[in-house]
Design a protein around this ligand. Structure first.
Ligand SMILES: Cc1ncc(COP(=O)(O)O)c(C=O)c1O
Length: 409
């Protein structure tokens, strides 16, 4: 057994059985809707288990399941079925969007433009392209995470190949005006390809590819309460994207491995549930989000809310910085109390770097280090939030009482 596994086992044992558990970390690994889980299990037990490219009954059943599920995903975003490419995660879809567009680049354009607060699965492939002769511009955002439109407009020129700006920021919940940003970009140069990472927008805010005018859009199943293991890329008809992964035959031009039909079917089921309950679920999340934010701001001193409020913030997102506290210390203390949250973003929490998103909106290092990210879901209720608030207050008070980082020292 490795030291890490031994260490983790000890940590879990140390926890004992909390009186109650509230999972608020759907940023990093989403809670699954019961209907989506049932659909996925049904695929393994009945229809949807086979390889959809193989010519026997089990394969044909899977092919049909894949087709029906893809149609549900396409309908949800106002696309046609041929405009959906399946992947195993949002990370893969983002990588293919950026590297695949560059690979298909036939007009010699060499500039990539992203916002400074993109998910690392957008920033890293864009930085990778810099090694291959591309220039990369990171457009700044204001103190709430909204893209600086003047800078965006200034940097777009006839050398710009691709712009990638997330519809909703994963850490601070900023809901960008994607339609307006597309217009700014296309006015400057109509051939620029506009990609939006919509992993945190789908099912939370209205999202219709036609109305927004985007060319490419990324989705991730677990971010919309489906199972892990499914992601999708909307590719507007006519937009050229080349494969970056090669292997066996499948129904997918851009993903040569076996399609994860059970996960895709679960993803589609989650979208069906979200579509049928959109108003109820988004208002519920908004209510729980505001209850949590207001409860924290009203009862704990020295707290900063990160990101905007109201409809300009995603209905599920709560991100606060507790001064004089370390984010990691808060997650561990809360974990022993049965409350599961993340410090900053998952991508950065393992390497203990402050979040690039929080730094980009002007937070100081120590403010970024004391940040906690929580996501409410339609599966939570007011009691969960009350309980989390009690535990949060006690946890922060305890950490501050023993913390070496003291006020005014
Ligand atoms: C905005 C955004 N894009 C992409 C991803 C990556 O998606 P996945 O976890 O499916 O790889 C995430 C995941 O948290 C995300 O929040």
């Amino acid at each position: 057994m490795s030291d890490i596994v031994r260490g983790v086992k000890d940590l879990i044992k140390m926890h004992g059985k909390p009186v109650r558990e509230v999972y608020l970390d759907s940023e990093n690994s989403g809670l699954i809707l019961p209907e989506a889980l049932k659909e996925m299990i049904n695929c393994y037990e009945a229809v949807g288990f086979g390889h959809p490219s193989i010519t026997h009954k089990v394969g044909w059943e899977s092919y049909e399941k894949l087709h029906v599920s893809t149609k549900i995903i396409a309908d949800f975003i106002g696309a046609s079925i041929d405009e959906i490419a399946h992947f195993h995660s949002g990370t893969e879809a983002n990588n293919v969007a950026i590297l695949g567009v560059a690979k298909a680049n036939r007009n010699g354009r060499k500039k990539i433009v992203v916002s400074s607060i993109e998910h690392l699965s957008v920033i890293f492939p864009a930085e990778e392209l810099q090694k291959h002769g591309y220039s990369l511009v990171k457009v700044p955002v204001d103190s709430e995470g909204f893209v600086d439109v003047d800078v965006l407009s200034d940097v777009i020129d006839d050398d710009t190949l691709l712009v990638s700006i997330a519809a909703v920021n994963h850490e601070i919940g900023t809901v960008q005006d994607i339609k307006g940003l597309v217009e700014v970009v296309k006015d400057k140069s109509s051939e620029v390809i506009f990609h939006t990472d919509a992993a945190d927008a789908l099912g939370k805010v209205e999202f219709d590819v036609g109305k927004l005018g985007v060319d490419l859009a990324t989705f991730s199943s677990h971010k919309v309460y489906g199972p892990k293991g499914a992601g999708a890329l909307y590719i507007r008809e006519g937009v050229k994207v080349e494969p970056i992964i090669f292997g066996q035959l499948s129904t997918q031009r851009l993903w040569p491995g076996i399609e994860n039909v059970p996960a895709i079917a679960g993803f589609a089921k989650a979208l069906e549930v979200m579509r049928n309950n959109f108003d109820e679920y988004t208002s519920k999340m908004r209510f729980l989000r505001d209850k949590l934010i207001d409860g924290i701001l009203e009862s704990i001193d020295d707290v900063i809310l990160n990101g905007p409020r109201g409809d300009r913030r995603a209905p599920d997102n709560v991100n606060v910085s507790f001064l004089y506290c370390e984010g990691e210390a808060i997650t561990v203390e809360l974990s022993t109390r049965g409350i599961y949250v993340s410090s900053g973003s998952a991508c950065t929490s393992r390497i203990l770097e402050p979040s690039h998103v929080l730094l980009a909106i002007g937070r100081k290092y120590e403010e970024a280090h004391g940040s906690i990210l929580m996501k409410v879901t339609p599966m939570h209720n007011a009691d969960d939030i009350e309980y989390a608030l009690v535990q949060l207050r006690e946890a922060i008070s305890r950490i501050r009482s023993i913390s070496p980082i003291k006020r005014g020292v």
